[in-house]
Design a protein around this ligand. Structure first.
Ligand code: FAD
Length: 560
């Protein structure tokens, strides 16, 4: 059953007279009459408002990059247009025109829509739920958003698929091999294999082998940032720590900008199922949890810029901090929250780089699971993230070799995961082992792996096309260039870890503040942090109280 069939009433609610009266109080301007068949909004339009229909109808269609169009619904009197793009004025993913009788409708632009959702709790819930479900419907329903054309399983195509999926953007993929539609598109446009993958954006623009940043621009993902603005806080990283900061800071009235180089959710977004996060007894996928937090932060008015990375933090000026960005511009803030998390550790194997994204993965999302369905695979790592990936992948593959350095999993993995793995008949654990060599070329991708422990005389060779690596992480601190103090492993020191700084300066840093006043560090990047989603979220909430304290102190100093 489709989402419309199961949750149609929640996706397309009809507002009552009282709710319409509330809408009229929050409307961004007067109602407008549209003539029969007059276009109301189009795919790709930025700042398209949500239209609440007072009389008549608006017919809404989905359309993908190839111009394939399908009806979504006809909104009648008391219903409203829009999906989550409208919360932040991002490019529209659907098109709408007035029905044959025309229509009378009242607009809610992004700011007024957010004011209504926050200001009117019950109506806000109805509207927010409908907007989220409609985005899910667009993703599930196909023929909306971008069309990717490429060779299935090729690393650049997998990267683009991952980028769009992780950011919640609908897309369809067409295989360029064989005699089908993909081949016809490639020939029609006179392209070479080297030009693939192709991304045909919802508005029809064709990009050859686009970077994530180019894809983001084409989709209208980036908000228009006011570069002269001084934000109360800029958060680097939209993982659980950064998103929690955004929710608490924005809901408490601070102006907040969040940057992320890739996608919202960070490492947690790559987790197939988080089972130990408070309040979700049946578990929740990392992407679903992150998607909720992302929408919640936008609801409160946090600006979120993805994909955009900080390349340098200039913290010489005590009062105003400057961040250099990958697009060549910079942004200013009174406080900075470093929530840049960690990146996957890579084992030292000569030809490893040749297979990254081409057989070797550092996470196991549904995209990777589809690619290795029914095959023999290997996974390296003995921690909880490795355990979760095993539990997720094993039912989908023929055989899974779990390669661990220790003799058993007891010291490194939670008991519930050890028990689940023990119950999986197709998982073979290889203790005291590591990957010794990899077979294949850039062209063939990974074709085999040798693993084991030569010292014990136990080595195995298996023909396999997929190797998953879950061997820990290193802090994402390259861009900080010694601006703040770090520990021996490179994690950012804060509060308690800065005793010597406190003694020398007489200035006591707050518990989450670095040795630069007004620069905070939270989540996995912080020295001594607990590497858990809940800990990252807790620090995201706690840091906001410390930001308030810092801003109040700074204001007092300015007046003194
Ligand atoms: C596969 C997997 C499964 C896991 N499962 C669980 C679990 O079940 N339960 C649990 O509690 N924990 C789990 N964890 C751990 C948990 O995900 C992390 O502790 C948590 O995500 C840390 O959050 P964070 O916000 O500090 O950092 P991250 O999640 O690492 O997010 C940091 C973000 O910063 C961005 N970034 C980095 N540098 C820059 C820059 N210069 N500019 C802009 N953006 C930047 C990154 O792109 C990233 O999105 C799991 C981790 C993994 C990898």
């Amino acid at each position: 059953m489709s989402l419309i069939e199961t949750r149609g009433a929640q996706m397309f609610p009809v507002l009552g007279a009282e709710q319409i009266a509330t809408v009229m109080r929050f409307a961004s301007c007067h109602e407008r009459r549209f003539r029969p068949d007059e276009p109301v909004f189009d795919v790709g339009d930025h700042h398209a408002p949500v239209w609440v229909i007072l009389d008549g109808a608006i017919e809404v269609v989905r359309r993908d990059g190839l111009g394939r169009e399908n009806p979504i619904t006809v909104h009648g009197s008391g219903q409203f247009t829009g999906e989550v793009s409208q919360l932040a004025g991002r490019g529209s993913l659907a098109a709408g025109k007035a029905g044959p009788e025309g229509c009378l409708a009242v607009p809610l632009d992004a700011a007024h829509l957010r004011a209504l959702i926050i200001g009117s709790a019950e109506l806000g819930e109805t509207v927010m739920r409908a907007l989220i479900l409609r985005r899910v419907g667009l993703i599930e329903g196909g023929s909306a958003g971008s069309v990717l054309v490429g060779q299935i399983g090729e690393s650049e195509l997998v990267r683009l698929q991952g980028f769009l999926s992780r950011n919640g953007y609908p897309h369809t993929t067409i295989d360029a091999a064989g005699a089908g539609e993909g081949r016809a598109i490639v020939e029609r446009l006179g392209l070479r294999i080297a030009d693939l993958p192709l991304m045909i954006c919802p508005v029809g623009t064709v990009l050859k082998r686009p970077s994530n940043a180019e894809a983001g621009v084409c989709l209208g993902m980036m908000p228009e940032l006011d570069r002269s603005k001084i934000y109360d806080t800029v958060v680097v990283g939209a993982g659980p720590a950064g998103l929690a900061t955004a929710v608490y800071a924005a809901s408490e009235g601070l102006s907040v900008l969040v940057l992320d180089q890739r996608a919202f959710g960070g490492q947690a977004g790559a987790s197939a199922r988080i089972e130990n996060y408070l309040g979700f007894p049946t578990g929740i996928s990392g992407q679903a949890l992150a998607g909720r937090a992302y929408n919640q932060a936008q609801k409160f008015g946090a600006e979120i810029a993805i994909p955009l990375a900080a390349t340098q933090l200039d913290c010489r000026d005590r009062e105003i901090k400057r961040l250099a960005l990958t697009d060549g511009s910079s942004i200013q803030a009174r406080t900075v929250v470093i929530a840049a998390g960690a990146r996957y550790r890579r084992p030292i194997i000569d030809n490893l780089a040749e297979f990254e994204g081409n057989g070797i993965s550092y996470w196991a999302s549904p995209v990777e699971a589809r690619l290795c369905e029914g095959e023999e695979v290997a996974l390296v790592g003995g921690g909880n993230s490795a355990g979760q990936a095993v539990v997720f992948l094993a039912p989908k593959v023929k055989r899974l070799h779990l390669i661990i350095r220790r003799r058993d999993l007891e010291a490194t993995m939670s008991r519930y995961l050890i028990e689940r793995i023990a119950a999986l008949p197709n998982v073979e654990i290889h203790p005291d082992s590591e990957v010794l060599s990899l077979d294949g070329t850039k062209e063939t991708g990974l074709t085999g792996a040798t693993f084991g422990n030569p010292a014990n005389g136990v080595t195995h060779h298996r023909a396999l096309r997929h190797l998953f690596l879950f061997i820990g992480a290193e802090p994402n601190t390259d861009w900080l260039q010694n601006c703040v103090g770090v520990d021996q492993a490179g994690f950012v020191k804060t509060g308690g870890a800065l005793q010597e700084f406190a003694a020398a300066s007489g200035d006591m840093p707050r518990t989450l503040e670095t040795d630069r006043a007004g620069v905070f560090a939270i989540g996995d990047i912080r020295a001594g942090s607990t590497k858990r989603v809940a800990a990252a979220v807790g620090e995201g909430a706690a840091v906001v109280a410390q930001i308030h304290g810092y801003l109040a102190d700074a204001a007092r100093l300015r007046q003194a």
